[in-house]
Design a protein around this ligand. Structure first.
Ligand code: IMP
Length: 423
């Protein structure tokens, strides 16, 4: 009946995986709609931390079906590693993991192309996770890609060879001096494809259509964040898919009028990994404290994340583009101990004060204008009820709700499933 969306409103790493895991009990189907193994969705429960890259974050629950949608790009090698991890926990995933035939495959040469393209950019590099995401989506829109459904056809290896040969010529063109052993990479790839083929491939748009007719509840899970959207993000420092709400329509085949709630996840401050503008970035002790207390290191690449104050101008933009109906604030606990908190409510831009996101937010173009608020010192990590939240945090939340004209329905106070306060 209802399809709800859950997506990140900043530059990714907002904590989507944790919230999907928390909400899964209310849904029949969890469906990933875009991105690929550039994502790292972290879930913690029973003292164990799990990181998922491609598999939807509802996989640890007994009943929900987890669907990898057509908008996702799948690297069989990384997918196999994810399955191996699930095997360690004796998880019976086969009966509840479905893959769209229309999802595109990341080939070993896509990964090399990604690295060669980044190397050729020098200082202008995107800071890609180098998982082959960009080149795979390029082949998708270039109509050259190989899809999961092709693996059921007899001639797929010939098509693979033709595409890999083309990629090799492109890699030579970059002259990046990247060394690779394609035979070894291909052996690993073909072994992983065998494992992938043991899973159930479906026409997922039809499956979801039937599920809606039967009154099943569906949660569409986004990856990365709105400011990394290929259209609406800080281009060219973005990923290669639509991370915003419309991506769920094209990435799953869900009609826009079937979407009910859009859950927007954001951190109580801001982080970014990789290159690109970040107006509220901090280079001082405050930024260092956020990084240390918040363990701000990429779940996929381990790279340190850049940290800064909450940027309400950018957040408002993301709320508008996505039509967010409910907000969920993550990592409130990381801000405990700051005497004063700053929130960017406007930018100085071309001599004016503006409250919308302009075309160019490079540091030489925008200077953040901050509102200061009193911080709190209480440790939030053991709190379970909204009545326990400190007064200053409630004021911080109320300020954001008023500015964003959207309620904050969850406040997360730690990485564990249980550290989640519903309001
Ligand atoms: P790509 O999608 O791997 O090509 O990376 C493009 C940009 O998006 C880089 O700045 C990455 O750091 C960033 N990015 C991609 N996936 C994620 C993610 O899951 N979290 C945060 N940043 C990401």
């Amino acid at each position: 009946m209802a399809v709800n969306l859950l997506l990140g409103l900043q530059w990714g790493d907002e904590g989507k995986g944790k919230i999907v895991d928390v909400l899964t009990k209310d849904y029949n189907i969890i469906a990933r709609f875009q991105g690929g193994p550039n994502a790292g969705h972290t879930l913690e429960f029973d003292g164990i931390k799990h990181v998922l890259h491609t598999i939807p974050s509802g996989i640890f629950h007994d009943k929900a079906i987890n669907l990898v949608g057509n908008g996702v790009v799948i690297d069989p090698v990384i997918f196999k590693k994810e399955l191996d991890n699930l095997n360690k926990f004796n998880l019976d995933y086969k009966s509840k993991l479905l893959i769209s035939r229309k999802a595109h495959l990341i080939l070993p040469t896509h990964r090399i192309l990604d690295a060669a393209s980044e190397a050729s950019k020098g200082k202008a590099k995107i800071g890609s996770t180098l998982k082959g995401i960009g080149p795979t989506y390029m082949d998708k829109t270039g109509r050259n890609g190989i899809r999961v459904g092709d693996l059921e056809l007899n001639d797929w290896k010939e098509r693979y060879r033709a595409l890999a040969n083309k990629h090799e010529a492109m890699i030579d063109f970059y002259d990046s001096k990247i060394e690779y052993d394609l035979v070894e990479l291909e052996n690993e790839f073909f072994e992983a494809v065998k494992v992938l083929k043991t899973l159930t491939f479906i026409d997922s748009e039809e499956y979801l259509h039937q599920a809606q007719k039967e009154g099943k509840t569906i949660l569409a899970e986004g990856a990365q964040g709105s400011l990394l959207d290929i259209d609406f993000g800080t281009y060219p420092f973005v990923t290669s898919s639509n991370t915003t709400a419309a991506g769920a329509c094209t990435g799953l085949g869900i009609a826009p009028n079937k979407i009910k709630d859009v859950f927007g996840i954001f951190k109580a401050y801001t982080t970014r990994v990789g290159s690109g503008p970040f107006p509220t970035e901090l280079f001082d002790q405050d930024g260092e404290t956020m990084a240390q207390v918040g363990h701000e290191f990429g779940a996929t690449t381990g790279r340190p994340r850049r940290c800064g104050w909450l940027d309400l101008v950018a957040l408002k933009y993301a709320v508008h583009v996505n039509g967010v109906t409910k907000l969920m604030m993550m990592k409130g606990d990381v801000l405990s101990g700051f005497k004063t908190l700053k929130i960017c409510t406007a930018y100085k831009y071309q001599g004016k004060t503006i409250t919308h996101l302009p075309y160019n937010i490079e540091p030489e173009n925008v200077t953040p204008v901050y509102t200061e608020m009193k911080g709190w010192s209480e440790d939030l990590t053991g709190m379970t009820d909204p009545s326990q939240l400190p007064k200053e945090l409630n004021e911080y939340i109320s300020f954001l709700e008023k500015e964003l004209e959207t309620p904050i329905t969850i406040v997360s106070v730690g990485p564990d499933r249980t550290q989640t306060i519903h309001r």
